[in-house]
Design a protein around this ligand. Structure first.
Ligand SMILES: NC(=O)c1ccc[n+]([C@@H]2O[C@H](COP(=O)([O-])OP(=O)(O)OC[C@H]3O[C@@H](n4cnc5c(N)ncnc54)[C@H](O)[C@@H]3O)[C@@H](O)[C@H]2O)c1
Length: 142
């Protein structure tokens, strides 16, 4: 089973983040510009939260708040489940299922070094299964 480090190697290394005082509208703009569904919230180089399309839907739209005047800190998830680079894809999947989240920031000590999404994990699992199938096909054909 692949580790988080191996998943990160296959991805664009640029991590998009936002500050807690930015407006929700700015966060949405960053998400749209980079076609991502979540942003780790970073303050003074430290991870302090995470904002995703889910927080926007449930804590802005549904409550009839303004995305222009609401700061990210007011709606961000603060108890963010995180993983270390050595964790396996399977462990990440279990954590996502347990905590009902789709994005896991990756921390090396206190340092934010990346993020894995549910799509990254599904892709890693499918790639591994396809590799096993091709090996079995080769074995059967030989
Ligand atoms: N083909 C691929 O390699 C691949 C990988 C992941 C997701 N997807 C597809 O994209 C769609 C949405 O994916 P999702 O639900 O996993 O979430 P998503 O839209 O948030 O993530 C899409 C990609 O952007 C990356 N990403 C997310 N937030 C980021 C951030 N703040 N900074 C840098 N990178 C960030 C993710 O790690 C993932 O690789 C799904 O249809 C999924 O199947 C495809």
């Amino acid at each position: 089973m692949k580790t988080v480090t191996e998943v990160l190697i296959g991805k664009d290394p640029e991590l998009h983040t936002i500050g807690p005082d930015a407006s929700v509208l700015d966060a949405l703009r960053v998400m749209a510009e980079h076609e991502v569904g979540a942003l780790p919230v970073v303050d003074g180089g430290r991870l302090v939260g995470l904002i995703s399309e889910r927080e926007y839907a449930r804590r802005v739209i549904l409550l009839d708040r303004s995305s222009r005047t609401t700061p990210v800190r007011d709606i961000m998830m603060t108890r963010v489940p995180c993983v270390e680079p050595g964790r396996t894809v399977e462990e990440c999947m279990a954590l996502m299922t347990d905590k009902r989240v789709r994005h896991l920031p990756v921390l090396e000590g206190e340092e934010l070094v990346g993020l894995v999404s549910i799509g990254d994990l599904v892709k890693a699992i499918i790639d591994e299964q396809q590799f096993i199938i091709s090996q079995l096909e080769l074995y059967i054909a030989s």
